[in-house]
Design a protein around this ligand. Structure first.
Ligand SMILES: [Zn+2]
Length: 339
């Protein structure tokens, strides 16, 4: 990107009111985390509008212009937003582009490739699968579940891994792990501090405050979800794996896989059976996707239906967004289960 050359006198006259770096983010939760670090110094722009699906969103011309003018870009990575993909680096030109999925300390989970998940919960109850001839894949999923009293952290070790390989098969919904969000806050603060050294202390102090707010939200969510640890849930698309692990929830299946691809009729049939067999409490719809698929799996069952939004589209943008998202998911899950 060519920038006009400024006369030397102007270059020297760095204004005292230097603005915060122009910052662009991909999705609402990342915008919220960055906003919490920028505080009053500025507000990040958003590429995937709230209400759109990151899995299918394509850049608009005005978003491409925002990227061209950006100094800093924070995004999860191309697995989440294939419609933006690697174009982001080319368009953003001279901006510093931080791919959050690539940062140190970020926990990745493998994408689940079956809409009906083998769960610890099923192993606990000694549930037999021999009568489920449509459900052959769940047997394999139980291979590591010979210790039924596994606590949640041990279970996480089975599938979680540090970033040490090309993770095209990873579940891209990384922001639903509060630990990942906590790992990103200092990364965001460092990038802003480097781009805007005058305000470095403010960014770092804001990041520390955001960390505290996040820990409070996690502790409140844990309290809310304490009563639903034995419930079984079905989600609309397989977005919640990180949240499930963080809070010990039992999601037994998803209508759509993590890339939000459409389910086959056989998968819908299998899910309907699993819902009636398991006594699942709730199926969660999402505002970004077609509700008719929910009806296809809930027909003839007693299961509750409620909205759950992994992107928090109804929440107020800004510094409080991310903790509110963690709490919003917890309260919706708890309310539907206790209904
Ligand atoms: Zn998703």
């Amino acid at each position: 990107m060519l920038k006009p050359l400024l006369p030397a006198a102007l270059l020297l006259a760095t204004p005292l009111w230097a603005e915060a770096p122009r910052t662009v983010t991909d999705i609402g939760p990342v915008q919220g985390l960055v906003a919490s670090v920028m505080g009053d110094l500025g507000s990040p722009e958003l590429l995937v509008p709230q209400g759109a699906s990151p899995h299918s969103h394509a850049l608009t011309p005005s978003q491409a212009r925002a990227l061209q003018q950006a100094e800093l870009v924070f995004w999860i990575g191309p697995d989440l937003t294939p419609g933006i993909g690697r174009k982001i680096e080319a368009i953003a030109g001279e901006a510093t582009v931080l791919e959050l999925s690539e940062q140190p300390g970020v926990m990745h989970l493998a994408a689940r490739d079956n809409a009906i998940f083998g769960t610890r919960a099923e192993a606990d109850t000694g549930h037999e699968h021999d009568d489920h001839d449509h459900d052959e894949d769940t047997h394999d999923d139980h291979g590591h579940d010979d210790h039924a009293d596994d606590d949640h952290d041990d279970h996480a070790h089975d599938t979680a891994h540090a970033h040490d390989h090309d993770h095209g098969d990873d579940d891209p919904h990384l922001w639903l792990s509060p630990d990942n969000a906590a790992a990103w806050l200092p990364v965001i603060a460092d990038a802003l501090a480097e781009a805007d050294p005058e305000n470095a202390e403010t960014y770092r102090a804001n990041a520390a405050a955001a960390r505290t707010a996040l820990e409070e939200a996690v502790s409140e969510a844990r309290d809310m979800l304490g009563a639903v640890q034995e419930d079984r849930f079905v989600v609309f698309h397989d977005a919640y794996q990180y949240y499930e692990q963080a809070f010990g929830l039992h999601v037994i299946g998803a209508i759509k896989l993590a890339d939000a691809s459409d389910p086959s009729p056989a998968r819908l049939d299998a899910l309907r059976d699993v819902i009636s067999d398991s006594g699942a409490s709730c199926v969660f719809a999402e505002p970004q996707f077609d509700p008719r698929l929910i009806a296809a799996v809930t027909e003839g069952t007693e299961i509750g239906v409620a909205d759950l939004d992994p992107l928090g589209m109804a929440l107020e943008p800004g510094a409080g967004f991310y903790p509110a998202l963690i709490g919003d998911l917890a309260s919706r899950i708890a309310a539907c289960a206790e209904r």
